[in-house]
Design a binder for this molecule. Sequence first.
Ligand code: C2O
Ligand code: CU
Length: 461
Amino acid sequence: MLKSAAVVGAYGAGLAVMPRLNQARAAPEPIEINAFTDAVMLDGKQQTRGVMRYAFSGQASGDPQPPVLRARRGEPFAARLLNRLDEPTTLHWHGIRLPNSQDGVPFVTQPYVYPGDTYDYAFAPPDAGTFWYHPHCNTLTQMGQGLAGVLVVEDARDPTFDGEVVLNLRDFRLGGDGQFIEQFKPRDAAKTGTFGTLRTANWQREPRYDVPAGGLVRLRILAADVTRLYNLRLSGAQAEIIAFDGHPVPQRMALDMAVVAPGQRLDLAVRVADAEGMEMVLEDIRPSTPKVVARLRAVGSSLKRSLGDLGPLAENAGVEADLSSATEIPLLLSATAENAARDSICGSIGYSFWAINKIPYPGDTPDPTAPIAELKLGKTYLLNLENVTPHAHPIHLHGMNFKAIASNKRAVQPLVSDTYLVLPDEKVQLALVADNPGDWVFHCHVIEHQKTGMTGYFRVS
Ligand code: C2O
Ligand code: CU
């Protein structure tokens, strides 16, 4: 079955959803993002009730795909969140270096957005690439039941592809009757996190997208699941990793297998097979039996393109760390036995299993813990992370990027990123220039870990 909505040509990209961005550069009309609850057909079975969706004003209702937002590097972007859920929410723009007031974290950067209320966000994204947006309130439920979308920041200097496919990967946690079951089990939250039961890409099980035969297609992949790590490979076509977490990689490499953890993004340049009808399969090989994530099918006569034709992506700002003057910050990721969870609307889930520097975060409350560290604006820091747990933690920093410098477990590439997967027993050094003032949260993106203590924040001033 053809799923054309996620496939766009090089020139038609996103025009249907963001027509207004091209006009009124100074103060664009905000795009309205509705957050609401719906009944949606998942896996071709009976409707699942209580799916939480984002939809833009004007978007056809009943479209079961998570919507893709588009913005342009350096140009003003504005969005108005309309909360039509029956609980508070916020919007966080994951990976975007924006002013602290736009970051979407309740109590830390803004109040809750109550049901029926709106909240305006505005920023000019400084980096181009694949980013995303999601709630930062009652996140396990809200993201678990569907709220998460890709934000593509375009740059006209990027090379032209013959097509683009955006994949928003996530599981839904459903019972035999196709309805949501409890989002987590405490004993799993204290380990890897609780897994969903239905794997999806763009809310479809194993969707297939038509792409031009012999063409070059940009595949933008987001791991939006609250728990699952993916080991992705693509069979039947040549593919190269061109960007990670939104940022062009220093050196393109052939995709062999790539680990993508919750919160992370992977951009691939795929050279589609020449023969019409040929299928290419994106698979997750982490489980013992590989699972199909999505398929691409070659259509038309071969465009005969070559990966070598592809020019570089427009560069993003790097991390200009002055290592000679860097201050080191030890960051111990551990389990905890102390229960610090406090009640709050936006959520703690009632337990503490994890801590940063032995302090379990109490949840989103008006009175959280002190910052992990206070950073001086403009100074370089080395975040010395040490994971003493037997589980992997995709650690995410808001508002700034870091660069991996060294690890005791692997040869690290100097990737600029906002989310680093810290392996069990790994010690890793991340260089950070504290170039954005404000309080920036830092947390594991396995949402059960985030919500049971593995959260903190840095204060930059
Ligand atoms: Cu994508 Cu605070 O997270
Ligand atoms: Cu974690």
